[in-house]
Every structure is written in structure tokens, then in C-alpha cells.
Write a protein that binds this ligand. Structure first.
Ligand SMILES: [Cu+2]
Length: 208
């Protein structure tokens, strides 16, 4: 009977498994005037949860007398390599308490990889080229990413729960790292907007 057929269609639609969306957090970052902020590090800690996951490796190359990328984020314990893809030699160093090192003049692949085993901010410079600068944010969590050109980022999370979401940008006043606590539900993206207080851009700033 046609009536039965129609009812069957409705029933099967109601019981079809819901298509699960991503579970995680979508963040938008702006400065105090509403301008979007790329290259902001967003990292997420589970409230009361221990960090898991493998720290992995990363690469910061030197090309065109610059460190690329300008900003890198890694989990505590990660190893970073520093290939020199310029024809000139570089001498890279960090005075940052989170990881001090001094890599004497080198070419090509000769730099020793560095292991970043302490959470914090590491600023890299080059002894030969004063304008070269790079920032490494070392975080105690496997959930992190940088905002894209539109100041946006999405980070997937493995489970529902309460999470502390933090935003760090190398140019904030006083190194401010604001945080927000978000409740994440399965199959949903919790959202947050951060407005960061930025230092005025100085002419000749190597970060510009
Ligand atoms: Cu250099």
C-alpha cells in the first residue's frame, strides 16, 4: 500500500545515523581594533587532564636571510632542525630561559637539531644578521595550531569536556596570553574570539 511505503521512508530517515561533525574548537583572533591576527598560537589543555601524544619534529629553515616560518609551535619534547638554505653562513642562538643554545656559523644541514624540553617562548636570532628573528612556542599539549591569514584556526579534539584555550602572539603587550574555558561537545565546534592587545609596530622591527 502506498501509505505504508511513505511511512517507511519517514521512519528510516529519522533513524539514519547522524553525520558526525568535527569535535573541537574554532577560534578567531583579532587585535584591539578588530584587525585579524595571523600567526597567533592557539593551544588547548584539557581541564585537569594530562598531556599525551608524541612531540614530533619541526623545521625552521633559513632562506633569503630570514627564518622560515617566523612562528613555530611544538609540543614539549619536540626536536627542531635548522637547515640553512642560503648561500651565506648563519650563526643562530637563543638567550631564552626555556632553551638556550648557540649554533656556530654553519652551512647546509650542519646545525645540530635541538630538543625543546621545557614549555615557554624561545626567541631565535642570528649573530651575523641582526634582522633575523623567529619565535618558538613550546607547549605542554598536543592540541595546538597557528591562525591562518584570516586570523582563524580550527583544532580538533578527541573527546568532549572542558578545555582551557590559550592565545599567544609574539607582539602582544607584556606577552599577554589570555585564556578561555570552553565546553566541547561531541560532533560540535565550540567557538571563541580573542582580542589581543598589540604593541605598536616599530619601523625597522625585524618582525614586520
Ligand atoms: Cu644569519
Amino acid at each position: 500500500m502506498p501509505g505504508c511505503l511513505r511511512r517507511n521512508v519517514v521512519v528510516s530517515f529519522l533513524f539514519a545515523p547522524a553525520v558526525a561533525g568535527a569535535t573541537g574548537v574554532a577560534v578567531q583572533v583579532q587585535d584591539a581594533t578588530g584587525k585579524v591576527l595571523p600567526d597567533t598560537v592557539i593551544y588547548i589543555e584539557a581541564e585537569g587532564g594530562a598531556a599525551t601524544g608524541k612531540p614530533g619534529t619541526a623545521l625552521i629553515e633559513q632562506k633569503g636571510l630570514k627564518f622560515l616560518p617566523l612562528v613555530t609551535v611544538v609540543q614539549t619534547g619536540a626536536m627542531i632542525n635548522f637547515p640553512n638554505n642560503d648561500k651565506v653562513r648563519h650563526h643562530i642562538y637563543s638567550f631564552s630561559p626555556a632553551h638556550k643554545f648557540d649554533q656556530k656559523l654553519y652551512s647546509g644541514q650542519a646545525a645540530s637539531p635541538q630538543v625543546f624540553d621545557k614549555a615557554g617562548t624561545v626567541v631565535l636570532g642570528c649573530n651575523i644578521h641582526d634582522k633575523m628573528i623567529a619565535y618558538i612556542k613550546v607547549v605542554d599539549t598536543p592540541y595546538f595550531a597557528k591562525t591562518d591569514g584570516a586570523g582563524a584556526v580550527r583544532i580538533d579534539l578527541p573527546a568532549a569536556g572542558k578545555y582551557v584555550v590559550k592565545a599567544w602572539h609574539y607582539n602582544t603587550v607584556g606577552g599577554a596570553t589570555p585564556e578561555q574555558v570552553l565546553t566541547v561537545k561531541i560532533g560540535e565546534l565550540a567557538t571563541a574570539i580573542f582580542k589581543l592587545p598589540m604593541k605598536p609596530i616599530v619601523v625597522g622591527d625585524p618582525g614586520t
